[in-house]
Design a protein around this ligand. Structure first.
Ligand code: FES
Length: 131
């Protein structure tokens, strides 16, 4: 093998390496607790999207305070909130009502309600579970 052939083979090998698949996204740790801060921060009715990137919304509906998954049940895109407090998926158009029930597919499953606790300091803890 001459120098030219060596360089061509090396370049081909490097090019082959660059077409490898990207690193897979790490799965969310199972049963991780997220401290969402003082319950008093969620006194007003509405959807609190501060934790969307961690995979959930906090919702206050009168006396009810709960956490809904922010991940579409179709193919796991992150949902966005709508002015009427419903949710929509930017990937394929599924919509969910303010309680997380499927309003329009292709998603077929409702959004999971995540387990929540209030700790001794009055903080809301949300348990993330791997879907
Ligand atoms: S991922 Fe949400 S509709 Fe497909």
């Amino acid at each position: 093998m001459n120098r030219r052939e060596f360089l061509i083979l090396t370049a081909a090998a490097v090019a082959g390496c660059s077409t490898t698949a990207p690193d897979p996204v790490s799965p969310a740790p199972k049963n991780r607790l997220v401290n969402a801060g003082a319950v008093s921060k969620y006194a007003d009715d509405g959807v609190y999207a501060r934790f969307r990137n961690q995979g959930f919304f906090i919702i206050r509906q009168g006396e009810k305070l709960f956490a809904l998954s922010a991940i579409c049940t179709h193919k796991k895109c992150k949902l966005v909130t709508e002015p009427d407090r419903s949710f929509s998926c930017p990937c394929h158009g599924s919509t969910f009502d303010p309680d997380g029930h499927v309003a329009e597919g292709p998603a077929k499953r409702n959004l999971p309600v995540l387990e929540t606790f209030v700790d001794e300091n009055g903080d809301l803890l949300v348990r993330l579970s791997a879907a």
